[in-house]
Ligand binder design. Structure first.
Ligand code: TXE
Length: 490
């Protein structure tokens, strides 16, 4: 552990309010841990209501001008920030990996390029966003305006920090809203670096404000505030419920992207190698900490033993360790708390009769990394679909395998959960793939693949996986108010 006096020498992240980097009003800070080593490496503002209030005031003031700024000009700012991220990509990759524990190769392949793509995508989407026009014979014409809502509250999680932060703020800003954003207190670093870029490119003050701190304080204040009429949230289902409660009283516009317990269905007529490759990715990418990860693997009985054998072999060969080392498929999970929660859930699965086929433990790495948060990729067998581990999100490198008889059975099993975010189906029978896709209750279905993400597609979940859809024009629809203007023709 770091000696307390050393904390005073550590880098202090700042809030970004009204165009300036500022310390939190009460000057108190939260320790920021590096998952790779388990050691504190920087300090995060522990903002209070007054900090959020200042940010909301700045955003409200800036809205007057920003909503009337042309979309071309707004797009120029987003593109300028995206270009800066690209120029400084090595710095961003290292920072994201250090803050989150994910392998650097993954931040380089997914998180950082995607953050700049989000900005560029929405900068271009707005220029292609059409207004509707409805003619009523010779009596009237209608045209529909899409206008910014006001100050948008954007609350993002720790699993894909800059990726999801930009996924929210880009469509919010491009449609003319101003923003108060709250990144996760567990992974604040790249959002802080992002605020430095906003200053560098001259984004007008107050247009984007970033307030760091605890969700129960900063997030709650934001969701309850009368001057924040729209909230976009990605995070846990329990937090989503609190936000739904807080916002419903004021009828705010709300988009909630929550958890998942996604089925990965392997039919006996599939391409076995392809199904195996994608199953490994869907199970263990980002240490299993993606809401789209497939954690319930349903395998048709005829190929169950063969597929299980291959899956165990491939999983136990995956390397876990230093996120800086390219050879490691898995780095560290995000925090000590989260690691302990995952290990507890594995223990509970054992108590329910689950058989650990591989993994199941914390991995201790000697030397500098010995206090890091590493977990072996884990496969569990012998548990029914209604067991705790098959119903609750683990959000770690832990999957269960379950045999099934036929198409009808597996559809029932796949849908037997409170979640409905995504699913994957592996089969060479295209008719079957279409039939099953129609019957599965999830917002996204992948056939013979996983996590192919086109930025134009609608993204979101059914049931307790969320409310609303974002992505492409859906995001632009969400961040705007629709107003119809009707003109009578005399
Ligand atoms: O997320 P939280 P947590 C799931 C995953 C994980 C569980 C809990 O299963 O184990 O959620 O993770 C802010 N009002 N996912 O507790 O708390 C918080 O500060 C307003 C799935 O770390 O939901 C952070 O910025 N905001 C998921 C954000 O909410 C509040 C990604 C998300 O944190 C708040 C992450 C409040 N009362 C976890 N309380 C996904 N869908 O991808 C917290 N926050």
């Amino acid at each position: 552990m770091v000696e307390e006096p050393l904390l005073y020498k550590m880098k202090k992240i700042k809030n970004y309010i009204d165009g300036k980097l500022v310390s939190p009003f009460e000057n108190s800070y939260i320790k920021n841990y590096e998952p790779r080593t388990g050691k504190v490496y920087s300090l995060i503002p522990e903002s209070k209501n007054k900090d959020v209030e200042n940010a909301i005031k700045a955003a409200k003031k800036a809205f007057v001008k920003w909503k009337n700024t042309t979309k071309e000009k707004r797009a120029e700012f987003l593109i300028a920030i995206a270009n800066e991220i690209e120029k400084q990509k090595e710095k961003f990759i290292k920072a994201e990996s250090r803050d989150n524990g994910k392998p650097e190769w993954l931040a380089a392949k997914v998180d950082i390029p995607r953050a700049s793509q989000n900005l560029k995508f929405f900068a271009s989407a707005i220029l292609n966003y059409e207004s509707k026009f409805h003619e009523m014979d010779n009596s009237a014409i209608n045209y529909t305006l899409k206008q910014p809502v006001g100050v948008a509250g954007c609350i993002s999680p720790w699993n894909l920090p800059l990726y999801l932060f930009t996924w929210k703020i880009a469509p919010a800003l491009i449609t003319g809203n101003t923003v108060v954003a709250k990144p996760s207190e567990i992974t604040p670093m790249t959002a802080y670096m992002f605020s430095e870029l906003c200053i560098k490119v001259g984004l007008p003050k107050g247009v984007l404000n970033i307030v760091h701190g605890y969700g129960e304080v900063v997030g709650e204040y934001l969701t309850k505030h009368v001057d924040v009429p729209i909230i976009s949230f990605t995070g846990g289902t329990e937090t989503g419920k609190k936000i739904a409660n807080n916002t419903s009283k004021m009828f705010k516009k709300v988009s909630l992207e929550l958890g998942g317990k996604n089925p990965n269905i392997i039919f006996d007529d599939c391409d076995l190698n392809l199904a195996l490759d994608y199953t490994i990715k869907a199970s263990f990418t980002n240490q299993g900490q993606i809401c789209l990860c497939g954690s319930r693997i349903f395998i048709q009985k005829k190929i169950y033993n063969q597929f299980k054998k291959n899956l165990i072999k491939k999983t136990s060969a995956l390397k876990v360790g230093d996120p800086k080392n390219k050879k490691n498929f898995l780095g560290a999970v995000v925090s000590k708390d989260h690691m302990n929660k995952i290990l507890e859930k594995i223990n509970l699965a054992k108590k329910e009769g689950g058989k650990i086929l591989t993994g199941g433990k914390r991995k201790i790495i000697k030397g500098e990394l010995k206090e890091g948060y590493y977990i072996e990729p884990t496969i569990i067998e012998n548990l029914k679909n209604d067991s705790f581990i098959n119903q609750e999100e683990v959000f770690g490198p832990v999957v269960c395998i379950i045999p099934f008889e036929n198409e009808k059975d597996v559809i029932k099993l796949a849908n037997d959960t409170k979640y409905g975010l995504s699913s994957s189906i592996f089969t060479k029978d295209i008719d079957k793939a279409h039939r099953v896709s129609r019957e599965i209750n999830s917002g996204i279905v992948w056939i013979n693949s996983w996590m192919i993400r086109d930025l134009r597609i609608p993204f979101g979940g059914m049931k307790q996986s969320g409310v609303g859809r974002e992505g492409g024009f859906k995001s632009l629809d969400f961040f705007t108010e629709t107003k119809n203007v009707c003109i009578k023709i005399n």
